[in-house]
Write a protein that binds this ligand. Structure first.
Ligand code: ZN
Length: 504
């Protein structure tokens, strides 16, 4: 037993990491390099399908790309099921059936871990007239950048994963793990039908899944790879004030009534101060304390403060240091005011007193904040502020959206395996990053399956997801394929070693 422990300890030593490709990796990387034009051609074929899930009349295209993807998986030897899903009363359904979701599996060796890859085949709308330099549905390569809708979000990463598996098979190498794929076609429209499917399949498809990998976000930097271990949640509120039954003339009634808009502006102004601090009593109480270990993850992160400022076109940030910016972007809550419904917003002056106005704001909440607690703190605070105004108007506060934050354990074996794979392919450690926005799918997988989830991006910060001129760098796509292949080898090794360790 002592001998065994000695043998496997180096494998589990997190500081140890060989960045030199193994013989198997060298063969794999060589194959990928030699076949990169074929991989790019596959991406080109996929991009050519306008699988836009937002416009209902294009729904048939999603079914088409689902079929193409299913065929690619069958060609690997996978068992593929096209599962019909439904979602009633959803805005994007519009009496059209939803495209099927792909559930595929390859290998069922009980000695090996099972890695399930999630990705999506649909895209956001894109038209040349929106300001694209190239046809969004015709993959165009310029200076090593592959332009086209869906290249980075999410067809490129899905194909990189398929290419990685294909490489093992082409080289007659045994797959180091069992692989499952869950590919959907309605992600951009809110993953319609996915939650019910996950619940139905939790004890079936997911029963033997050990790790779930999502590659549907991007790095923080243009050059340095990253792994994502957390996202913020979102609690969206409406605060409605009504002062009278209809809009009034300010010349006739201004000065004698309590105006709804004045109440609302005071209420909104009570939410956050000029330093960005949220003023709702108790709101920070549940925020997880930052540990020294967590803080250490921030120091090596590649984040160019000035470039970021320039990219978004602001003069100053609320904070002066890189750490403070990242902490407040990712792991501290923030409150943003979005708009006022019912207020006059056209050009010029209209001397009106609006009868009813609705202020809209949201709080990006973080671990360990609790949604019902946030909701009651917000309501209590606004009612308090309102009561001090002695206004006879009607106040209604409601929470419209509530999505929870997600956080993973960076010490989980699959994070270590991905870190090693990145080190081998890119010769550097990844940035360990969070995402300030809300990515509900990670939380959904975690809540339902209770499995280990990792977000493993391969695209660069300037890829332009959802934007004009979306692209993925050829190098990101090819290195992404390599890094996924290397990850499969690493997770198999680490998983095996940890099993042995538990057994001893
Ligand atoms: Zn996406």
């Amino acid at each position: 037993m002592i001998f065994l422990v000695c043998l496997i300890m180096p494998l589990l030593d997190l500081s140890e990491s060989s960045s030199k490709p193994s013989d198997d990796e060298q063969k794999i990387f060589q194959y990928i390099d030699h076949h990169q034009d074929i991989f790019v051609q596959n991406l080109s074929d996929w991009v050519a399908v306008e699988s836009d899930s937002i416009q209902p009349h294009l729904r048939g295209n999603i079914t088409e790309i689902v079929k193409i993807a299913a065929d690619s998986l069958r060609a690997l030897g996978a068992t593929v099921e096209l599962r019909n899903v439904s979602a009633q009363d959803e805005p994007y359904v519009q009496n059209l059936s939803l495209p099927p979701v792909i559930l595929a599996e390859l290998g069922n060796d009980t000695e090996k871990p099972t890695v399930c890859f999630y990705g999506h085949l649909d895209v956001m709308p894109a038209k040349k007239e929106d300001g694209w330099k190239t046809d969004p549905y015709r993959l165009t390569e310029v200076d090593g950048k592959l332009y086209g809708r869906g290249t980075t979000d999410n067809k490129g990463p899905v194909l990189a994963w398929i290419n990685a598996v294909r490489t093992f098979i082409a080289l007659n190498m045994t797959l180091p793990v069992n692989i499952k794929f869950l590919l959907e076609g309605m992600e951009e429209a809110g993953s319609l039908g996915l939650e019910d499917l996950l619940k139905e399949e939790n004890k079936i498809f997911f029963s033997n899944v050990t790790y779930i990998v999502i590659s549907d976000n991007i790095w923080l930097s243009n050059e340095k790879p990253a792994l994502t271990y957390g996202t913020r949640g979102n609690a969206g509120f409406f605060v409605e004030v009504e002062c009278c039954k209809k809009d009034l003339h300010s010349g006739s009634f201004g000065g004698i009534i309590h105006e709804a808009m004045s109440d609302l502006v005071a209420l909104l102004d009570s939410l956050v101060d000029s330093s960005g601090r949220i003023l709702i009593p108790g709101i920070y109480e549940d925020v997880a304390n930052i540990t020294d270990e967590e803080m250490k993850l921030y120091a090596p992160i590649d984040f160019n403060f000035d470039e970021h400022k320039m990219n978004i076109g602001v003069k100053e940030f609320l904070y002066k240091t890189k750490d403070d910016i990242l902490l407040n972007m990712w792991r501290n809550p923030s409150l943003s005011i979005h708009g006022i419904e019912g207020a006059f917003s056209e050009p010029g002056i209209k001397t009106v007193i609006p009868s009813k106005v609705i202020g809209k704001f949201s709080i990006r909440q973080v671990p360990n904040m609790n949604l019902p607690t946030v909701e009651s703190q917000v309501k209590e605070h606004l009612n308090n502020v309102f009561s001090k105004r002695n206004s006879p108007n009607k106040l209604t506060v409601s929470m419209q959206v509530g999505a929870m934050p997600w956080i993973a354990n960076v010490k989980d074996l699959q994070y270590e395996a991905a870190r090693r794979a990145i080190k081998t392919v890119f010769q550097q450690d990844p940035d360990m990053i969070r995402d300030g926005s809300t990515i509900p799918v990670a939380k959904m997988f975690e809540d339902i399956t209770k499995k280990s989830i990792m977000m493993f991006p391969i695209g660069a910060a300037d890829d332009g997801e959802h934007s004009q001129n979306e692209k993925i760098n050829r190098l990101s796509y090819i290195n992404g394929t390599k890094v996924f292949a290397s990850f499969l080898l690493e997770i198999s090794k680490l998983h095996g070693a940890s099993k042995l360790m538990t057994a001893t």
